[in-house]
Design a protein around this ligand. Structure first.
Ligand SMILES: Nc1c(NC[C@H](O)[C@H](O)[C@H](O)CO)[nH]c(=O)[nH]c1=O
Ligand SMILES: CC(=O)[C@@H](O)COP(=O)(O)O
Length: 154
C-alpha cells in the first residue's frame, strides 16, 4: 500500500493570513500562535503576510483575493465569533465557514479555517492559547502539511 503524507517542513513557503479585528483580544493571540508555529517549522517570517479586516464576515472576500493573487502557497483565516443576543452569530458563522471552505476547493490553495465560534469569551480565550490550545497554531501546522501534501500530489 502506498501512503502519501505531507511533511511539516515550512522552508521556502509563502503564507498569507486573513484576520479579523473584531474581538482582537482573542484574534491577536490566534495570530501570535500561528506565526510562532510557522516560524518554528521553518517558515521565514518575512514570507508571512497578514491582512486585517473588520470582522469575520469580511474574511472570505479578502482570503479569496489572496488565494487568486498567486502570492501564497497557503492561507490561514483567523477570527473570533462570539454569540450575542440575536441570531447574528449564526448568520456570521455560516457565512464565514461556507465562504472559507469554498476558497480551497475553488482555487486549490490550501486555506485553513481558524475562526473560533463560541458562546462565551472564556471559551474563545481557551482556544487562543489557554486550556484548549491555540487554533492559530493548529492551523499553522495544518497549512504546512496541506501545502506539502499538494506538492506531492500534483
Ligand atoms: N459579532 C461579531 C462580528 N460581527 C461583525 C461581522 O463580522 C461583520 O464585520 C459585520 O457584520 C459587517 O459586515 N464579527 C466577528 O468577527 N466576531 C463577532 O463576534
Ligand atoms: C456574533 C455577533 O454578531 C454578535 O456578537 C452580535 O451581538 P448581538 O447578537 O447581541 O447583536
Amino acid at each position: 500500500m502506498q501512503e502519501i503524507k505531507g511533511s511539516f517542513n515550512g522552508n521556502n513557503l509563502k503564507i498569507g493570513i486573513a484576520i479579523a479585528r473584531f474581538n482582537s483580544t482573542v484574534t491577536s493571540k490566534l495570530l501570535d500562535g500561528a506565526v510562532d508555529t510557522l516560524v518554528r517549522h521553518g517558515v521565514n517570517e518575512d514570507e508571512i503576510q497578514t491582512v486585517w479586516v473588520s470582522g469575520a464576515f469580511e474574511i472570505p472576500t479578502v482570503a479569496k483575493i489572496m488565494a487568486e493573487s498567486g502570492k501564497y502557497d497557503g492561507l490561514i483565516t483567523l477570527g473570533a465569533v462570539i454569540r450575542g443576543e440575536t441570531s447574528h452569530y449564526d448568520l456570521v458563522c455560516k457565512a464565514v465557514a461556507d465562504g472559507v471552505a469554498k476558497i480551497g476547493i475553488e482555487t486549490g490553495i490550501p486555506t485553513l479555517f481558524g475562526v473560533v465560534t463560541t458562546d462565551t469569551v472564556d471559551q474563545a480565550m481557551d482556544r487562543a492559547g489557554l486550556k484548549s490550545g491555540n487554533k492559530g497554531s493548529e492551523c499553522a501546522m495544518d497549512v504546512i502539511e496541506m501545502i506539502n501534501l499538494k506538492k506531492s500530489l500534483v
